[in-house]
Design a protein around this ligand. Structure first.
Ligand SMILES: NC(=O)c1ccc[n+]([C@@H]2O[C@H](COP(=O)([O-])OP(=O)(O)OC[C@H]3O[C@@H](n4cnc5c(N)ncnc54)[C@H](OP(=O)(O)O)[C@@H]3O)[C@@H](O)[C@H]2O)c1
Length: 290
C-alpha cells in the first residue's frame, strides 16, 4: 500500500483518484483549498465513489510516498505550498499536466531528481466540485526508469493504461501537438466536433505542423503523418468533448494558453522557426479574454 496525496483535485486529479480507488490498494489524501466531503467519478464503467482523507491545510497532512500534482501549469507555485508537509526523504512528485515544461514549472520547488513528468490522455471534465466526468479510459506515459516503474505500479489492477517510454520528450511533444489544435475549440467556443469543419481542419493541420517543426528542433521524434492522424482522431472522437482550455474559457478561469500554444512560439523563437498560426491563435485568444 502506498500513501498518495493528490494536489489539484479537478478533472484530472479527480480521474486519478477514481482510478486509484478501484485498486483498493492505497491510502489517498486529497489536498484541496475548500473542504471536500465526497467525490464521485462517472466513468464509462459506472460511477466510482472515492474514499479519501481530505486536507485543506498542509498542517493536516504528513509525508507520503507519492505526491500527484494535477493542478494547472500556472498553479505550480501555489501547489508547492503543500510539498514541505507532504515530503519525506523518499517522497516523489509526479507532475501530471499538459505541456512540455513539467520539470521547469517545478524547478526550485521540489528536489529535481525526484520529479517524474507524466503525460495523460483522458477526456475529463469537472461537473462540480464533487463530480467528475471521465469519458474514456486513461492512458498515462512516463519515462522508463525506476521512478517510472514505481509510479506505474500504483496503477496495477486498474483500468488505466500505463506506458513506460525511453523517449518521454517525444511523448510530451506528441501530446502538445494534439493540444495545439485544441485552441480552435477555445477560440470558437465549440466542443471538439468543430474540427469536422473542412476549413478549420486545415487550420488545425497548420497549427500542428508548426508544433511538429518546433518539437523536432527540440529533439522530439514526430513523423510526417502526425497532423493527419491527430485530425482524424479529433473527428472520430466525441463531438461533445470539451478540452480544458475551452472549459476554462467558458468558466472565465485563467487558461493554460501559454503552456499549450505560447510555448510553441517561445521555443520556435529559440530555434528560429516561424510559428505564425500559433502566434495568431494566442493573440486572438488573449485579445478575446481582455
Ligand atoms: N481535463 C482534461 O481532459 C485534461 C486532459 C489531459 C490533461 N489535462 C491537464 O491536466 C492538468 C489539470 O487539468 P484539469 O482539467 O484537471 O484542471 P482543473 O479541473 O481546473 O483542476 C485543477 C485543480 O487544481 C486545484 N488547485 C489549484 N491550485 C491549488 C492549490 N494551491 N492547492 C490545491 N488545489 C489547487 C484547483 O482547485 P480550485 O477548485 O480551488 O480552483 C482545481 O481543482 C492541466 O495541465 C491540463 O491541461 C487535462
Amino acid at each position: 500500500m502506498a500513501k498518495i496525496a493528490i494536489v489539484g483535485v479537478g478533472a484530472i486529479g479527480g480521474v486519478l483518484a477514481g482510478i486509484l480507488e478501484t485498486s483498493q490498494a492505497h491510502a489517498l489524501t486529497l489536498c484541496t483549498r475548500r473542504a471536500l466531503y465526497a467525490l464521485t467519478v462517472d466513468t464509462p464503467e459506472g460511477a466510482v465513489s472515492v474514499q479519501f482523507r481530505n486536507a485543506t491545510d498542509p498542517a493536516q497532512t504528513e509525508p507520503v510516498d507519492w505526491i500527484l500534482c494535477a493542478t494547472k501549469t500556472y498553479d505550480a507555485v501555489s501547489a508547492a505550498k503543500w510539498f514541505p508537509a507532504l515530503t519525506g526523504p523518499e517522497t516523489r512528485l509526479a507532475v501530471i499536466q499538459n505541456g512540455v515544461e513539467h520539470r521547469e514549472n517545478f524547478s526550485g520547488l521540489f528536489p529535481p531528481e525526484r520529479i517524474l513528468p507524466v503525460v495523460i490522455d483522458v477526456p475529463a471534465e469537472r461537473r462540480s466540485e464533487t463530480q467528475i466526468l471521465q469519458r474514456a479510459d486513461a492512458f498515462l506515459r512516463v519515462e522508463s526508469s525506476p521512478p517510472g516503474s514505481d509510479f506505474a505500479s500504483l496503477f496495477a489492477h486498474t483500468r488505466a493504461k500505463l506506458d513506460l517510454t525511453d523517449d518521454f520528450l517525444s511523448a510530451a511533444w506528441a501530446k502538445l501537438c494534439i493540444n495545439s489544435a485544441g485552441v480552435i475549440s477555445a477560440l470558437t467556443l465549440k466542443p471538439a466536433g468543430i474540427l469536422r469543419d473542412e476549413a478549420l481542419g486545415e487550420v488545425a493541420l497548420g497549427l500542428i505542423a508548426e508544433c511538429v517543426a518546433v518539437g523536432r528542433a527540440e529533439g522530439a521524434h514526430l513523423d510526417d503523418g502526425t497532423g493527419e492522424r491527430i485530425l482524424a482522431g479529433y473527428r472520430a472522437g466525441s463531438p461533445d468533448s470539451i478540452n480544458s482550455l475551452l472549459a476554462d474559457r467558458l468558466s472565465n478561469r485563467r487558461t493554460e494558453i501559454e503552456a499549450r500554444n505560447g510555448v510553441i512560439i517561445r521555443r520556435g523563437e529559440k530555434h528560429g522557426i516561424p510559428t505564425p498560426l500559433n502566434r495568431m491563435a494566442v493573440a486572438l485568444f488573449n485579445g478575446m479574454a481582455t
